[in-house]
Design a protein around this ligand. Structure first.
Ligand SMILES: C[S@@+](CC[C@H](N)C(=O)[O-])C[C@H]1O[C@@H](n2cnc3c(N)ncnc32)[C@H](O)[C@@H]1O
Length: 309
C-alpha cells in the first residue's frame, strides 16, 4: 500500500499515529481536520487527512438531510436548475466528491430529463457505501466508486457533464490541479458549485483560511482553454460563512464525442470492468471492488499479473 500525503509518502508509523489521533479526536467531538493539520504541521489539508476525516463522518449528511429535508431540497433544486440546460436523456452526468449521494439523489429527483447514466465518486468508501443505501431508499440510481479528484480513473472527455457540490472545498492550495482534472474528463461542461472566497465577507474569508478551503477558483478556471459562461454567488447557501457560488466552464466544441471509459490511475492504460475487479491488462494492476464499490485510487492497486490466467 502506498500511503501518500499529497505527493509525499507517509511512514507506516506516522500513519498509525495519525489515524489513531484523528479517531480519538473524533470521539472527543473535536475538529479532526484541525487535529491533522497540527499533526502534520501543514496549513493545508493533506489528502490522507481529508480521507480519514470524511470517512469518520460518514452518515452525518444523511442524518442532516433527514433533519432538514427542506433545506436539502432547496439546495438540490438550485443545482438541478443549473444543470437542466446541460442535461438531456442522452447525457452522462457525474458528481465529483459525491459524499453520501444526498445531493445526487436530490438533483436526479429535480432534473426534468434524466441522464442516460449517472456516476459519482468520493475519496471515502464509507460515504459511497452510505450513498448506495440512500440512493436505493430514494429510488434513484447512480454508479458510485472510490477515486481521487486529482487522479480520476476515466479517460479524457469521458463524461458529458461533471459537477461539484462543495467537494473541491477542503483542497485549498490545489485549485488548479483539481479544476484541470475535472475539465480533462468532462466532454461538454464542468459546473463548479463551491465556496467563493473572493466574493465572501471578511469574516467568511477568515473562516475559509482557517479551514484550508479553496480560494480564487475563478482564476484557476480562467487558465483553461474553455470560456466561463457563468460566475456568480448562488441565491441559497446553507452557511453564510461559506457562501456558495457557481462557475460553469463550457467545453462544447473543444472535445471529441466520448463515452465512459475507465483508465488505470497509475499507468493511464485501459482499465476493464470485470464486475468483481477492474483490470489494467498492460501493467498487471488490478483494482478490487468492495461490497459493490470499485476502489480506484492509486493506493488500491494490486499487482496481480496472473489474475486473468
Ligand atoms: C463538503 S462534502 C460534499 C459532499 C457532496 N458533494 C454533497 O453535496 O453532499 C465534500 C466531499 O468531497 C470529498 N472529497 C474531498 N476531497 C476529495 C478528493 N481529493 N477526492 C475525492 N473526494 C474528495 C469528501 O470526502 C466529501 O465527501
Amino acid at each position: 500500500m502506498r500511503l501518500s500525503m499529497n505527493n509525499e509518502l507517509i511512514s507506516t508509523a506516522n500513519f498509525r499515529e495519525l489515524i489513531q489521533g484523528m479517531r480519538n479526536a473524533f470521539s472527543r467531538g473535536e475538529n479532526v481536520m484541525e487535529y491533522a493539520r497540527k499533526f502534520t504541521g501543514a496549513d493545508i489539508n493533506m489528502e490522507i487527512a481529508t480521507l480519514i476525516a470524511y470517512d469518520l463522518q460518514a452518515g452525518s449528511y444523511i442524518k442532516g438531510t433527514l433533519a432538514n429535508p427542506d433545506d436539502k431540497d432547496i439546495w438540490c433544486a438550485q443545482l438541478a436548475e443549473l444543470l437542466t440546460p446541460l442535461v438531456d436523456s442522452k447525457t452522462s452526468l457525474m458528481e465529483v466528491g459525491c459524499g453520501e449521494a444526498t445531493t445526487i439523489a436530490g438533483v436526479l429527483g429535480h432534473l426534468k430529463s434524466k441522464p442516460i447514466c449517472t456516476l459519482g465518486f468520493d475519496i471515502s468508501w464509507s460515504r459511497c457505501h452510505m450513498g448506495n443505501g440512500w440512493l436505493s431508499q430514494k429510488g434513484q440510481s447512480a454508479t458510485l466508486f472510490v477515486a481521487d479528484i486529482f487522479n480520476i480513473p476515466l479517460e479524457d472527455n469521458s463524461v458529458d457533464v461533471v459537477y461539484t457540490s462543495h467537494s473541491i472545498e477542503p483542497n485549498g492550495g490545489r485549485e488548479q490541479e483539481a479544476i484541470t482534472e475535472l475539465w480533462r474528463v468532462a466532454r461538454k461542461a464542468v459546473v463548479l458549485v463551491e465556496p467563493v472566497f473572493e466574493l465572501a465577507s471578511e469574516e467568511a474569508k477568515q473562516r475559509m483560511i482557517k479551514h484550508g478551503y479553496v480560494r480564487n477558483l475563478k482564476l484557476a478556471a480562467e487558465r483553461l482553454p474553455s470560456p466561463i459562461t457563468e460566475y456568480r454567488l448562488l441565491d441559497y447557501s446553507s452557511n453564510r460563512l461559506n457562501p456558495s457560488g457557481v462557475i460553469v466552464l463550457d467545453k462544447q466544441g473543444l472535445s471529441e464525442s466520448g463515452e465512459i471509459k475507465w483508465r488505470c490511475p497509475i499507468t493511464f492504460n485501459k482499465l476493464s470492468n470485470e464486475q468483481d475487479v477492474f483490470v489494467a491488462q498492460e501493467s498487471g494492476f488490478v483494482y478490487p471492488v468492495l461490497r459493490g464499490i470499485p476502489l480506484l485510487r492509486t493506493d488500491h492497486a494490486v499487482v496481480a499479473s496472473r489474475l486473468m490466467d
